[in-house]
Design a protein around this ligand. Structure first.
Ligand code: SF4
Length: 180
């Protein structure tokens, strides 16, 4: 599928579609470390949390990485045909872009996980942040806390971080765990 035909197909995603750009640090194809199964992991630039012991401080600069259009990213997601993880950096550094990407993943028939330094409680009480993840399957929440590091945890670095099932958390009004 060409970029222009995908642009037509997903024009409902908004006028940013195909024109707007996203600052991408890296895209890993077929990775198994950022969620269950083989996944396409998209590392986005920008993070304001500045956790001590962060695995990737170079990701904090929102001007880092390279600009990619949503259409270019869509082409990679379609080519790989995996569920997608948005990480970084913190995808919620720019909640609107995060929302566009999650909508894109859903439109392509896949599920999205979002890693963020915000807690679910912060997200769910802030309409802008919540809009960024509302369509995601899972939010992996909270800052990395070095003193709580646990290498035995699946898909997260420290024990304060949780795998939050977004749909059931929104339905119940409380953070609900996701069991991959
Ligand atoms: S939220 Fe993630 S990327 Fe941001 S400082 Fe913390 S560990 Fe690093």
């Amino acid at each position: 599928m060409t970029v222009s035909s995908m642009s037509d197909r997903f024009s409902a995603l908004g006028e940013e579609w195909g024109r707007g750009s996203v600052k991408v640090l890296d895209i890993y194809r077929g990775t198994t470390v950022d969620g269950p199964g083989f996944r396409t992991s998209i590392y986005l630039a920008g993070c304001s949390h500045h956790c001590e012991g962060c695995h990737n401080p170079s990701s904090w600069d929102s001007a880092g990485g390279r600009s990619m259009s949503l259409a270019e990213i869509a082409a990679i997601i379609e080519e790989e045909d995996f569920d997608v993880t948005l990480t970084g950096g913190d995808p919620l550094y720019n909640p609107e872009t995060c929302a566009h990407l999650v909508s894109l993943v859903k439109a392509l028939g896949h599920e999205a996980w979002v890693y963020t330094g915000y807690t679910w409680e912060q997200i769910s009480s802030d309409p802008a942040l919540l809009a960024g993840v509302r369509e995601a399957q899972v939010v992996v929440d909270g800052p990395y806390i070095a003193s709580l590091r646990d290498p035995d945890l699946h898909f997260r670095g420290s024990s304060n971080q949780r795998l939050i099932d977004v749909a059931t958390s929104l339905a119940t009004g409380r953070p609900q765990p996701h069991h991959p």
